[in-house]
Design a protein. Structure first.
Length: 286
């Protein structure tokens, strides 16, 4: 069975075909595939779950801890490039199903970049979700690791917690990210962004990703961080998001529909061996 490996700004994913598994995908199997020492190694698994009965491609997204994500901007861009490489789509715009909603995408520059209409951002606590009365969750207090912080929350099909700081870095993300991800305010856990406003058109973001940990880049996190920054009046509707792995362009419509554009690179094509299956799982699944 073939697998396909890509990265989007250093955030790597393995693409596989759901039909090849022959059974429901277990979290243990996903963890084994993502393991860099005992598996293929990646930041997640993207399953091509399309059907001959549905002309619209369907994507399932799995984090390296085995949990299934609703939406991933980098994962969507990678999957779109995979579809383009497989000649399942062309250069025109097309639709794609995800657990977090349908998106529209287009592969550009001979596969080097992908533009995705990610959907509409909501700040509503009932939709994100965030515990407490129904409200827009903007600049509220939260206590973690003995610190009192100010956060805003948003969803673009998956939950996000945005914290503004003058000096975001990897150390901060690793120190505060785990406690924020699993804070009782967020019943479905949350992705976390530490944001510095550089000017009206640029922000810097460090990311702790739900189910993955510290991450060099995230498309949905970039969308959420830019949307919250714009909602609070700190930046314009067109934002360049600087991440540890590179840059993502975000455009925010008046109704907070988000369009994202970023790069994708193909790394490798390979095959999962029967020896690995037997050694890892004690049985053959492919």
């Amino acid at each position: 069975m073939d697998f396909f490996k890509y990265h989007a700004l250093g955030n790597s994913y393995i693409v596989m075909r759901a039909a090849d598994f022959g059974e429901e995908v277990s979290s243990d199997l996903i963890r084994r595939i993502c393991d860099a020492n005992f598996g293929i190694g990646s930041d997640g698994v993207l399953l091509d779950a399309g059907s001959v009965d549905d002309p619209i491609p369907r994507l399932r997204i799995f984090n390296p801890d085995g949990s299934e994500a609703e939406k991933s901007g980098n994962g969507i861009r990678i999957f779109c490039r995979y579809l383009w490489d497989q000649q399942s789509v062309g250069d025109d715009e097309f639709f794609l199903h995800t657990k977090g909603g349908q998106v529209r995408a287009q592969v550009l520059e001979s596969g080097a970049k992908v533009r995705v209409e990610m959907g509409q951002v909501s700040f509503n606590s009932a939709v994100i979700p965030v515990i407490g009365p129904v409200r827009e969750v903007l600049q509220e207090s939260i206590a973690v690791n003995g610190q009192d912080l100010v956060f805003s929350a948003a969803t673009i099909g998956n939950p996000h917690c945005v914290i503004f700081t003058d000096h975001p870095d990897e150390q901060m993300a690793r120190a505060l990210g785990p406690a924020l991800e699993t804070h009782p305010l967020f019943p479905n856990r949350t992705n976390v962004q530490f944001v510095r406003v550089l000017n009206r058109r640029e922000i810097q973001v460090e990311i702790w990703e739900r189910g993955a940990g510290y991450t060099l880049a995230s498309g949905s996190s970039s969308c959420a961080a830019a949307a919250v920054t714009h909602k609070l009046g700190y930046c314009d509707a067109e934002v360049l998001v600087h991440l540890a792995g590179g840059d993502i362009h975000i455009n925010i419509a008046p109704d907070f529909h988000i369009t994202m554009m970023g790069s994708v690179a193909h790394i490798a094509v390979g095959q999962v061996s029967r020896e690995w299956q037997q050694d890892t799982l004690g049985r053959y699944i492919f």
